[in-house]
Design a protein around this ligand. Structure first.
Ligand SMILES: [Ca+2]
Ligand SMILES: [Ca+2]
Ligand SMILES: [Ca+2]
Length: 469
């Protein structure tokens, strides 16, 4: 009976999957939205953090920061938002979603004089945004708490008067509310000046807002493979009816601790979703069937085909692959990862090869991953700057006509070579020699004869972390 209920629920929610697509988000607000008091507000302000969270789901999410320090919702306040150029900018942004977080500055005595206008002014702003050609969905936020009176801002007015008014507006205008007040209650340590959240506090805001927009509190990928699939569903089933915060996807934004139908529905909304690992710098899937460009799924580093590599749409390990002739075929990229800068890794599926051939190299640098010129074992020439440091060789020959997943990972202290997700060589190496050249795929550092790869190449990934095999 239980299983049948499961299947039924699964089938019902499956029909709803795929409704979450990337959109343009305009963040309207005051100095808390702007990011006052955050050292690097363009990186750590809540809109920037929100964009990063959303882009785990889809690279096309776009979040604009239209915060204005000191701005009030009240049009008779001392700095009405509607008279700021940011208001025009936010409307010209053509948003699909608008997040309004105002009210904090309205609690100042000179502004709260006009409290009687609050509902009408807020309604007018909601209507103005809803009337844009892009017909955005408007969300309103309960302001974050104030932890002391500062600049005339009143913690009590926010809590006792503004919060209930926001609820009232939400009902009257049928607009969804994001409760940033509850999200940050008791978190005074995240507010160095008692009013403005620091980067961590802005992160809590971003998480809360992202949860509301996405319908899920965090990515429903419990085993960390950036895919939402059967393994994640099984994890949910195994914890069904239990109190397990690591699987508490819903209800948004705060969860309920329990693993139940809410969480299943949230997961199914992302069924078969491919998430983006923020440490994945580039991912060439090599699934094209024509052309001289291998596109980067992460968007920033499309690779150029050199020579006459052949697309093999049916012949890959994952989808299609690229065939290289061992003479002059390769891929060049503009991705420059300096080995001196710390952890990174590179992985690919490969088939073929011969002694001396190179999979990855760095222009004006060294060969990152290659087959030993004599024995054909997998090795790297990447090493420390000192004369005592050595190359690292495995004992593993991969040129046996089968597909193998090969990798090189550096965690800042250790080099690891892997084949088929098992380590085949590892040593400590405190720091690698600096090199800022671009990554070559399928040829040596100098494109020397004999260094070109002969065989198939598929699913090349470069990370800014050490992915452990
Ligand atoms: Ca997963
Ligand atoms: Ca739950
Ligand atoms: Ca592929």
């Amino acid at each position: 009976m239980k299983i049948r209920a499961w299947l039924l629920v699964t089938l019902i929610v499956c029909g709803l999957a795929g409704t979450v697509a990337a959109q343009r988000v305009a963040c309207v607000g005051d100095s808390i939205t702007y990011g006052s008091g955050i050292a690097d507000r363009l990186k750590d302000g809540y809109p920037a953090q929100l964009q990063r969270l959303l882009r785990q789901y889809d690279r096309d999410w776009e979040v604009g920061n239209f915060g204005v320090s000191g701005a009030t919702l009240l049009s008779r306040g001392d700095k009405p938002y509607v008279r700021e150029s940011a208001y025009n900018d936010a409307r010209a942004y053509n948003p699909d979603l608008v997040i309004i977080k105002l009210g904090t500055n309205d609690s100042k005595p000179q502004n709260w004089l006009y409290q009687g206008d609050f509902i009408a002014d807020y309604s007018a702003m909601i209507d103005a945004f809803r009337g844009l050609p892009s017909k955005p969905q408007v969300w309103i936020c309960k302001p974050v708490p104030a932890f002391a009176v500062a600049w005339g801002i009143s913690p009590e007015i926010i809590r006792d008067q503004i919060l209930p008014l926001i609820d009232q507006i939400a009902r009257q205008k049928n607009v969804p509310v994001i409760d940033l007040y509850t999200a940050l209650s008791g978190q005074g340590r995240l507010f160095p000046d008692n009013i403005h959240p620091n980067a961590e506090g802005a992160g809590v805001m971003a998480k809360t807002i992202a949860a509301c927009l996405l319908g899920v509190r965090f990515p429903p990928d419990f085993n960390g493979d950036w895919q939402v699939d059967l393994e994640d569903l099984i994890a949910l089933i195994e914890h069904w009816g239990r109190n397990e915060s690591a699987l508490d996807l819903a209800p948004v934004p705060f969860g309920d601790g329990m693993v139940d139908a809410n969480d299943l529905a949230a997961l199914m909304e992302y069924w078969q979703w491919r998430l983006y690992d923020p440490t994945l710098l580039a991912h060439w899937e090599l699934d094209e069937d024509a052309g001289k460009v291998a596109s980067d799924r992460m968007g920033g580093h499309d690779a150029a085909l050199v020579g006459e590599p052949l697309w093999q749409p049916q012949g890959g390990r994952i989808g299609g692959a690229l065939g290289l002739d061992g003479l002059d075929d390769a891929l060049t990229t503009d991705l420059a990862v300096n080995p001196k800068d710390g952890p990174f890794s590179i992985f690919a599926w490969v088939k073929g090869g011969a002694p001396g051939q190179v999979l990855f190299s760095q222009q004006a640098g060294v060969n990152w991953l290659m087959l030993d010129a004599v024995t054909g074992v997998l090795m790297t020439e990447l090493r420390g700057a000192g004369r005592v440091s050595n190359m690292l060789s495995s004992q593993t020959v991969i040129a046996d006509g089968n597909w193998h997943r090969v990798g090189l990972a550096y965690d800042g202290a250790n080099r690891t070579l892997s084949v088929d997700d098992l380590p085949v060589a590892k040593d400590s190496q405190a720091g690698l020699a600096a090199s800022s050249g671009a990554l070559h795929i399928g040829c040596g550092k100098n494109k020397a004869a004999g260094s070109f790869w002969s065989g198939l190449l598929d699913d090349v990934r470069v990370y800014s972390r050490a992915v452990q095999p």
